[in-house]
Ligand binder design. Structure first.
Ligand code: FRU
Length: 504
């Protein structure tokens, strides 16, 4: 068993996020069992209750009412001598189809992967198991007849269960992965206990790493409730567009049995040159294992991802905790240049946070070089900026700067690229894969680019062009690197508008 690292007490907790969830003093990875229930957002997560590196996998638990401030609760589902509790989901079994309920409210049922340990009855197998809660998600009991679904496979995991109500009937549908076969496998059930196979999906598009943590959900196209498409998300590790862990998605139709993708690139499987044609949930290095909430209010489709990357996850220099979650994001499906794309917006209930008057600027030329914006410094901020091309080959913002170090978020207009350059962002030497210059495709709107950027002590989340492209990256700057600057290379550009809101 792992214990807390020796330097736990030695370093100040300067990276603890203000707007993102991180456990108090332990490790976390994937969000699990996201559900909105009785007015509360529940976030369960892969957790090592005994340390701040991966191990002893159990489900940690936190709750929020605004998706920005979180309360940590005792571990919800513990590993034991037989099994680690891997990723999965939670449904509210309103009609008590499972029979776990006692009152009228209907139990919460968690469907998780039992990763069976050496010496256990199912050694070496990953299979799907149940636990239920009769107190709204705070305490959990494992089902006596686990596992409920096995294929005798060592890599069958990460069940996301949804209630399907459509032309084919009304039943539970599970999407899970056969990770090493690059397959999403679908099952159906009437009672969450007995499952029968429906279909498989994949391999398709990016297969540069194992497939993990799938999700399947409907969304109206361009807001039209009479035109609904289904989105299948699949996380893969490695094989992301900028290396390492990332999430891809497919848009298509689900008839209650099969998911038929209309966005599969058919000209070659896992051709690295095609990675820019695949559809990515996020182009940054630190957005993985993203899944959506069950039962979010007003039919919103809200997702949270793990803000880390398996390439260096166990080494990031935070202490005593390790790994934050991303902000919650609201997904919509929009027609962009003739194809259906996910568009993402920050979903938290922000109004309560706005503090002092924002710093603002308009129609200001950025000359070749760097200019610090006096009065805009900070470590927890929302930046809304529209930048317009001039003669510069590259322009943008430098976040968390100090004259020497800083994180550059910018545009290379001739290449149609948005980039995050964290090669000189502060501490980068803890792993050789960490320092990086990462890019995403971006199209200008009449020569302009609008970016909403959240800076939160150890992270930068960029929502570009209204959320058409997102990039999420960890950074570990010095505590006193707080400057915000604009920069241009080889010419000029314009800050058409800029607003910086301090959110600490
Ligand atoms: C993804 C993942 C899942 C697994 C969990 C184990 O990050 O590898 O496939 O269930 O983490 O912690």
């Amino acid at each position: 068993m792992e214990t807390l690292t020796a330097n736990a007490a030695a370093t100040a907790d300067i990276y603890r996020p203000a707007l993102h969830y991180a456990a108090r003093n332990t490790w976390l990875n994937d969000p699990n069992g996201l559900i909105f229930h009785e007015g509360v957002y529940h976030l369960y997560y892969q957790n090592n209750p005994l340390g701040n590196v991966w191990g002893n996998m159990s489900w940690g638990h936190a709750t929020s009412t605004d998706l920005l401030t979180w309360t940590e609760h005792p571990v919800a589902i513990h590993c034991d001598e037989n099994e680690d509790i891997f990723s999965g989901s939670i449904v509210h079994d309103r009609d008590n189809t499972s029979g776990f309920g006692t009152g009228s409210a209907g139990p919460l049922v968690a469907i998780y992967t039992s990763a069976f340990k050496p010496g256990s009855r199912h050694e070496g197998i990953q299979a799907q198991s149940l636990a239920y809660s009769l107190d709204g998600g705070y305490t959990w009991t494992k089902h006596a007849n686990n596992p409920v679904l096995t294929r005798g496979s060592a890599n069958f995991r990460d069940p996301k269960v949804i209630k399907y109500d459509g032309g084919a009937g009304s039943y539970w549908v599970m999407v899970a992965v056969e990770a090493r076969d690059f397959k999403v496998v679908l099952y159906k059930s009437d009672d969450l206990k007995n499952w029968e196979p429906l279909s498989d999906f994949g391999p398709a598009n990016a297969t540069g790493g194992i497939w993990e943590c799938p999700d399947l959900f409907p969304l109206p196209v361009d807001g039209d409730p009479d035109n609904v498409k289904w989105v299948l998300t699949v996380n893969l590790n490695p094989g992301g567009p900028n290396r390492g862990s990332a999430g891809q998605y497919f848009v298509g139709d689900f008839d209650g049995t099969s998911f038929i993708s209309t966005s599969t690139v058919t000209t070659g499987l896992n051709n690295p040159d095609l990675s820019r044609e695949y559809q990515w949930l996020d182009w940054g290095r630190d957005y993985y294992a993203a899944v959506s909430f069950s039962d979010a209010p007003d039919n919103r489709r809200l997702m949270i991802g793990w803000m880390n990357n398996w390439e260096y996850a166990n080494h990031i220099p935070t202490t005593p905790w390790r790994s934050p979650m991303s902000l919650a994001r609201e997904m919509s499906l929009q027609t962009i240049e003739g194809s259906l794309s996910l568009v993402q917006r920050p979903a938290g209930y922000w109004t309560a946070l706005a503090g002092q008057e924002p710093f603002s600027l308009a129609d200001t030329t950025i000359n070749d070089g760097e200019q610090v914006l006096a009065g805009a410094a900070g470590t927890v901020q929302r930046i809304d900026v529209t930048l317009t091309s001039g003669t510069a080959e590259e322009f943008g913002l430098i976040l968390r700067g100090d004259g020497a170090n800083g994180t550059r978020v910018g545009i290379r207009p001739d290449e149609g690229k948005l980039f995050v350059d964290r090669r000189e962002s502060g501490q980068t030497g803890f792993h050789k894969a960490f320092p990086s210059l990462d890019t995403a495709p971006i199209r200008a709107t009449s020569g302009s680019y609008s970016l909403t950027i959240f800076v939160d002590r150890c992270s930068v989340e960029v929502f570009a062009q209204g959320g058409q492209v997102t990039m999420t990256e960890l950074i570990f700057p010095a505590e006193n690197s707080t400057d915000l600057s604009v920069f241009a290379v080889g010419g000029t550009a314009t800050v058409t508008s800029l607003q910086v809101t301090q959110l600490a």
